[in-house]
Each structure stands twice: as structure tokens, then as C-alpha cells.
Design a protein around this ligand. Structure first.
Ligand code: ADP
Length: 321
């Protein structure tokens, strides 16, 4: 891959061994066909860690950095993470707090979400950033705009600084702005924090509709150009069923169609699973183009299943990992 026009730091992804994803995992209550609710666990960066483990778990050690409570449901969440093969040593246990929860409602086939996360333990995840020091974070740090949005404002620069330190120590930084205006106290802090984190990232994985709404980008190329001007590295813009657009600051660029899907069942975690497929591709030493193709194949499968965490067929896993 070196020499194909993409940043050299990206070529180093082929030798990744250890990944740290940062953010919040929540309890999910999803309606069951026969009535009642099924209890699950999900959350954007956690979903990506879960898919990454499925796709590249043999090659990569994947850890989650977060915080949970000391109650029973927090124990169950940790057990779920471990059973999925995700390292939980960097999940802090905070007394007097618990995990966040969201409930899925179905109306006329459309899913809507209600959240209870205002006082979740994960909001305090930046209180102990020791695990990111030195080479503690491993070779790749993955976080999203939601990982930042949930923090008290004064903790965001601390998390950014800790990620920058990990990067200086050799880790690649991958960031999905995952813009959720409702989680931020103002549009201004959303824009400022997203831009500041993007400026310190090697790999950016935005979704075009969010970026257009908040930053006014005319097209995905404009999203890449805006982030490149800030100093960000490789930018890969998702756009629903539209083409993926990728560009690097030095001018390398490509477009890639998404994998066609007969029937979209549920787009939950489409972007999160794309990110996992893409990063798993890079970690397997694939080119940027082939890694995008991997992200498309994985997310096409995920939008045809229900819920955030969809089991992937072994053939797909083998093709990426
Ligand atoms: P997000 O979940 O972040 O909003 P997108 O909706 O842009 O992300 O979708 C992420 C990826 O999921 C797309 O780049 C594409 O690969 C896949 N995807 C989403 N919707 C479809 C679709 N209708 N058909 C095929 N692939 C899709």
C-alpha cells in the first residue's frame, strides 16, 4: 500500500496489534415480536469495537475504555463485553452511578429511541485517562463525537490531550464525528470540539448528512476539504446509500459505490459497522479502496438485520480478516 498516495501513517495500520475504543455502552431495551422487551447492550464506539472483534479478533486485541457502575446491570454489561472478546481492564467502576439506557419504540415500522443517560457512569470516563499514557492505548485509538459530547465540557480537552499523547507515542487515531446535536450544550461547542478532535486524527469517518447539517458542506468532497484544512489525515465520508468519498490532504482521492441491498431492515449501527469493516481491512493490510469495500460489505449486511449488533456470516468475516 505505501506509495499509492495515501498518508504513510495509514500504511502503518497493516501492523496494528492493539486497539482501544473509547466511549459509552448502554443498556438497550428493544421490543420483542411476541411482546415485552429484549435487553441488550450497545453504543456507537462499542458497536464498532464489537464488529472489529468479530472481524479481526484473531489478529487484534480490542479493549474498551469507559466507565460503569458497581451494580448488577454494570456487572452484566462487563460480562457481555468479555464474552464478546473485548478487554475491559480500562472500564472504571464508579460507585453511586450506573450505566445509561435506551429504549427502542416501533411505530409504523419506524424505530424511535428514548434515552436515559444524563447521569451515566460513562460521563466520568475521562476521570482516569491513565490507560492512554505511553503505549497503553496500543496501536489505534478509536473514538467518536459521542465519546466527547457525553463528557462535562471541562473534561473534553483532557481527553483530547490524552489521545494526542497516545498519538505522539505512536498510536493512530481514528475519529467518527458522529454528530448528535442533542448531546451538546450548543452548536458552537459541537463544531469547535469536533473540529479540534478531527485536527488531531489520522483517520476521519464522518457521515455526510450530519456534516452538511452542522457545517453546511455542499458535498462529501467539501467535508474532506474542510477537515484536511484543519490538518486531519485520511477522510472517508459515508453517505447512506450514496457513494463513499475518500480523500487525503496530499490529494489522493477515490469514490466507491456501496454494496447494493435488496431490502433495508434497520440502519442502526450502519456507520459503526462500516467503520469496523474499514479499520479491519486496514489492519489486515488491505489498501484504502479494499478497506472501504470491506466496510461497505459489512454495513450492507448490518442494515439487513435488526438491532445494533448483527451476527456476520463466517464468509464475510474471512474475507475481511
Ligand atoms: P450512519 O449510520 O453513520 O448514518 P450511513 O447511513 O451513512 O451512516 O451508512 C453507513 C454505511 O452503511 C454506508 O456508507 C453504506 O456502506 C451502508 N449503508 C447504509 N445504508 C445503506 C443502503 N440503503 N444500502 C446499502 N448500504 C447502506
Amino acid at each position: 500500500m505505501p506509495g499509492d498516495g495515501w498518508p504513510l501513517r495509514i500504511a502503518a495500520a497493516g501492523s496494528l496489534a492493539r486497539v482501544t475504543a473509547i466511549g459509552e455502552c448502554m443498556v438497550e431495551m428493544a421490543p420483542r415480536d411476541g411482546g415485552g422487551y429484549a435487553l441488550g447492550f450497545a453504543g456507537d464506539t462499542f458497536n464498532t469495537a464489537w464488529y472489529l472483534q468479530r472481524l479481526a479478533g484473531e489478529r487484534l486485541e480490542i479493549g474498551y475504555l469507559s466507565a460503569v457502575g458497581q451494580d448488577d446491570i454494570s456487572d452484566r454489561m462487563l460480562a457481555f463485553m468479555r464474552a464478546a472478546g473485548i478487554r475491559t481492564a480500562d472500564v472504571a467502576r464508579i460507585e453511586g452511578r450506573s450505566v445509561g439506557l435506551y429504549l427502542v419504540s416501533l411505530r409504523d415500522g419506524e424505530r424511535t429511541f428514548s434515552y436515559w443517560r444524563d447521569s451515566s457512569a460513562a460521563r466520568l470516563l475521562a476521570h482516569d485517562l491513565g490507560p492512554l499514557q505511553g503505549r497503553g492505548a496500543g496501536d489505534l485509538v478509536y473514538l467518536s463525537g459521542i465519546s466527547l459530547a457525553i463528557l462535562p465540557p471541562e473534561d473534553r480537552p483532557r481527553l483530547r490531550a490524552a489521545v494526542a499523547e497516545a498519538r505522539a507515542a505512536g498510536a493512530l487515531v481514528a475519529f467518527d464525528p458522529n454528530i448528535r446535536p442533542r448531546l451538546w450544550e450548543s452548536a458552537e461547542s459541537l463544531r469547535d470540539e469536533t473540529s479540534a478532535m478531527a485536527a488531531g486524527s489520522d483517520i476521519l469517518l464522518p457521515s455526510f448528512d450530519d456534516e452538511a447539517t452542522i457545517f453546511g458542506d455542499a458535498d462529501p468532497e467539501a467535508t474532506c476539504a474542510r477537515y484536511a484544512a484543519l490538518g486531519a489525515g485520511l477522510c472517508v465520508v459515508k453517505n447512506g446509500a450514496g457513494e463513499i468519498v475518500a480523500a487525503a490532504p496530499d490529494g489522493a482521492a477515490l469514490r466507491h459505490p456501496v454494496t447494493p441491498v435488496d431490502r433495508v431492515v434497520d440502519t442502526t449501527a450502519a456507520g459503526d459497522s462500516f467503520n469496523a469493516g474499514f479499520l479491519a481491512g486496514l489492519a489486515a493490510g488491505l489498501s484504502v479502496r479494499d478497506s472501504i469495500a470491506a466496510g461497505c460489505r459489512v454495513s450492507a449486511k448490518v442494515v439487513q438485520g435488526r438491532g445494533a449488533l448483527v451476527e456476520l456470516p463466517p464468509g464475510l468475516v474471512a474475507a475481511v480478516g
